[in-house]
Write a protein that binds this ligand. Structure first.
Ligand code: SF4
Length: 266
């Protein structure tokens, strides 16, 4: 039996007339195919992961103190006819409210988020969990933790995006209807399943030529994609070999250095 194509939490993003790509290429359909074939390297920061766990522990303690009914680190498997979406959501409150906690490495990043700058893959991830668990309410809660002189971490800032899905599939953030919808999300995931199943090398993001506005600028596979688009490599095997070289050299360059990913995704 052939296994179904599968994507995980942070590999989902929206379509809204055209595909929307995140800063790190998370929603890029070409990136999804390459990432499924070669190991992910170079962006795992143990301190950042530690912050994430600490935040989850503190949040769990707060829920315990309130006597709230919750599950933590819930495995989500949304098995659909065309593929499987899976992931681990941070907290499921009362079986019907999804909470995703994100820790930011900088105060300024958190202030940008507070001002309304979206991190679409975080939103897509949370909404995917809401769809899979049939929750209509959720929250993305961002925080900033500063190291203290005694070696501990103290939370200085916290900001919540309250997320809701209405009966038309429209997504609201803090009470305001956004341009995103569940239909966009599912359409994008359907494309991702097709790309994985048929091994389609998808078109490059529409704005890849704009340096700072492009997910390609930050993507570890940029050089491989440049070679593919220039015709230097012509097939998937060549693209994957070039991408493997890109990520190996990136891993060597970043070994021992903190991640440049400012907000945790998973
Ligand atoms: S370089 Fe651009 S087109 Fe290539 S995988 Fe990354 S985001 Fe996608």
């Amino acid at each position: 039996m052939t296994s179904k194509p599968a994507i995980r939490g942070s590999r989902s993003a929206f379509m809204h007339g055209r595909t929307v790509f995140t800063k790190y290429g998370g929603g890029c359909l070409r990136n999804i195919l390459i990432s499924s074939k070669i190991p992910r390297v170079g962006d795992i920061d143990p301190i950042h992961i530690y912050r994430g766990h600490l935040y989850e522990d503190e949040y769990g303690k707060m829920l315990d103190a309130q006597g709230t009914d919750y599950e933590r680190e819930v495995e989500v498997i949304d098995d659909r006819p065309d593929g499987v979406f899976s992931g681990h959501l941070d907290f499921l409150i009362g079986g019907k409210r999804v909470i995703e906690l994100k820790s930011s490495q900088s105060k300024s990043r958190l202030r940008d988020i507070k001002k309304g700058e979206y991190i679409e893959d975080n939103l897509a991830q949370a909404v995917s969990y809401m769809v899979a668990t049939e929750a209509t309410s959720g929250a993305l809660i961002y925080s900033y933790w500063e190291p203290q002189s005694d070696g501990t971490l103290k939370m200085l800032l916290e900001y919540t995006h309250e997320i809701a899905i209405d009966m038309f599939g429209r997504i609201s953030d803090n009470g305001a209807v956004t341009k995103w919808s569940v239909h966009d999300l599912l359409a994008h995931q359907h494309h991702a399943f097709k790309v994985l199943k048929e091994e389609i090398i998808w078109d490059r993001p529409h704005n890849h030529a704009q340096l700072w506005g492009s997910p390609c600028h930050y993507c570890p596979f940029k050089s491989a994609c440049d070679s593919y688009d220039a015709g230097t490599v012509t097939d998937l095997q060549g693209l994957l070999e070039a991408a493997t070289r890109d990520t190996s050299s990136l891993a060597n360059k970043t070994e021992g250095q903190p991640s440049n990913e400012e907000v945790t995704n998973e």
